[in-house]
Design a protein around this ligand. Structure first.
Ligand SMILES: [Zn+2]
Length: 128
């Protein structure tokens, strides 16, 4: 069932008030929030109120406590002592020493000085 919802209050996001088409059966709203979040936007809540539907039935099961409990239902294996770890035989990567930054002070300037820099240096009153 397609419903048209007219906003009466300017939304906090700053956009202008508008008229939005809502299709509750297809779980679709013009604003796109309902499809993206799987959670009723203000337009869907208004449309549900108009047809005396409980909007909570359109909240995705992803938002339920049971879903969160199911995520953490799996047990995490304990990490054994390091002496029980198997020896690593894979590829070893090393950092490039040339890329190493001087740990103290400011990084050195790598800018290439040009003819323009020379001219500025000569015309500066304090440096002559
Ligand atoms: Zn909407």
């Amino acid at each position: 069932m397609m419903t048209s919802v007219k906003e009466l209050v300017r939304p906090p996001s700053g956009r202008a008030v508008g008229i939005f088409k809502v299709d509750i059966d297809k779980r679709w709203c013009d604003c796109g929030e309902f499809q993206a979040l799987h959670y009723p936007c203000s337009h869907v809540i208004a449309a549900c109120s108009f047809i005396h539907h409980d909007y909570m039935m359109y909240v995705s099961s992803k938002y339920t406590l049971q879903c969160i409990f199911d995520v953490y239902k799996e047990e995490f294996p304990a990490i054994p002592l390091q002496s029980y770890w198997q020896e690593y035989n894979g590829t070893e990567l090393c950092h490039n020493l040339a890329m190493r930054r001087d740990p103290k002070g400011r990084p050195q300037c790598t800018r290439i000085h040009t003819e323009m820099d020379q001219r500025e240096k000569n015309t500066h009153p304090n440096r002559n």
